[in-house]
Each structure stands twice: as C-alpha cells, then as structure tokens.
Design a protein around this ligand. Structure first.
Ligand SMILES: O=C(O)CCC(=O)C(=O)O
Length: 244
C-alpha cells in the first residue's frame, strides 16, 4: 500500500492519520484470541494499573502486555508487516527501524478497573537524536469514548511547549487555561476492528477509562527513521528490528 499525497499532508499537518480497515479481520481475531490468553494467564512482562497509578497493591490488573514482539510469531509478523513498511517509509521520509524498547505492547482497558491515560507526548520518556518516530495503533475491536478510545490534539507534534505546561510525570497539565484552550481542540475517531491509526511521537494524546463490560484490546508498536539513532546508554538504546 502507498499513501496519497493528501494522506501524507494530513499526517504532516495533524500528527496522526487514520487508515480504515487496514488489517484483515481474521488476523485481528487471531491476534485478539492470543492476547486474551496472555491476559488471562497474566504472562509477563506486564505493566499493571497499580504500577501505572503508583499504588501499592498485591493484586495486579493488566494495563499492557509488554514486549509483544517476542510473545507470539503472529505478533512479530504484524509488526514487520510488508504492507505497512512503504507507508511508514513515506511518513518518515526514509526506511524505518522497529523499536522494541517502546510501545511494543498489547494495550488494554479492562472493564471498570482501567484508568484514564492523561495527555502526553510519547517522546517524554524516549531518547532519540530527533523526533522522527511514528506509532502504529491497531484496533482489535470497536474503540469509542466509553471504552477508552484515544483522542488527539491536531498539530501538537509541531508545537513548542514550556516545561511549566507539563507536570512532574511529564503529562500535559489540564488545569492551566493555556493548555485547556488547546485541549478543547481534541478530536477522535471511533475505531473498528482492523482500523489502524498512525501518530507522531510528539502528538499530544490521551484516553479515557473503560466504563463498559467488555475489554478493549489494541496493539501498538513504534518505528524510528533509520537515521534517527537512539541515544547511547538510555532506555531507548535497546533491541530493534530492521525493516528493510
Ligand atoms: O492507555 C491508552 O490506551 C493510551 C496508550 C497511549 O497513550 C500510548 O500507548 O502512548
């Protein structure tokens, strides 16, 4: 698949791009079934809701299944999918390299027990020479505001912010009038099984909790431009996969 120049411009302007019905439904169902098995058995490494909220608790509610690439051949096949490579190459302006340090996860919002994901830029904890990084989000079922859909603020990948606009965890503060004006420009698209949304590592995004009775499960991985190297001896300086 190749993007049209309208789609490329849309990504460049907004910092995100929806590719409706990119992935085959059968593949999504097979991936989802495997995810459900890993979730049920709490196969590690996981990030729990308790860890995310920095709560001390013996119980663990899975928020994300980390290191998706090494969990199942079907997962790694999706992440190196030859159909996606030319698309990423168009957005990055050069070949991509799959990161195993960041995202590389099955993201969940489990019914009633999940938390809000505050406004943030993914790059907040990432360390690369520049910001030429794109994430690929695959919906394995319906995603809408009530079950924790992602929302984006258009154009924020190109904006400059001051450190005061972020809190200690580097979330974008929603209590500042200046930030609120920007947050009011938030947009979302209801997502369906097989939809892919591509977003830039600096695009501000957030997600609500899941107040429905069904788990929301999505797959996310990220890719850097080949020339955009990780900074040595940081978290980002980790295993990668060449997308040649
Ligand atoms: O919690 C969510 O579903 C949003 C995930 C997210 O923001 C991210 O992976 O960067």
């Amino acid at each position: 698949m190749r993007l049209t120049s309208k789609q490329i411009n849309e990504f460049k302007t907004n910092g995100f791009l929806l590719l409706p019905q990119f992935a085959d439904h059968k593949l999504c169902d097979e991936i989802r079934q495997l995810c459900e098995k890993h979730l049920k058995q709490q196969i590690g490494p996981i990030e729990s809701e308790e860890e995310y909220l920095q709560k001390d608790s013996a119980s663990k509610t899975v928020r994300r299944l980390r290191q998706a690439y090494e969990r199942e051949p079907l997962f790694s096949q999706w992440m190196i999918n030859p159909q996606m490579r030319p698309v990423l190459e168009q957005l990055l302006g050069e070949k991509g390299q799959l990161l195993l340090a960041h995202h590389n996860s099955i993201m969940t919002k489990l019914p009633h027990v999940s938390s809000v994901t505050s406004w943030h830029q993914d790059l907040r904890y990432w360390h690369y020479e520049n910001d030429n990084l794109v994430s690929v989000w695959l919906s394995l079922g319906d995603e809408y505001l009530e079950n924790g859909l992602l929302e984006f603020i258009p154009g924020t990948h190109k904006m400059k912010f001051s450190p005061e606009q972020f809190d200690k965890k580097l979330s974008f503060r929603d209590d500042l009038p200046q930030n609120q004006a920007l947050i009011s420009k938030r947009v979302h698209f209801d997502l369906h099984k097989g939809d892919v949304i591509l977003f830039h590592a600096k695009t501000l995004h957030a997600a609500s909790k899941n107040s429905t009775d069904t788990a929301k499960i999505s797959f996310v991985y990220s890719v850097r431009a080949l020339s955009n190297k990780p900074i040595a001896n940081t978290r980002s300086d980790f295993k990668e996969v060449e997308l040649t």
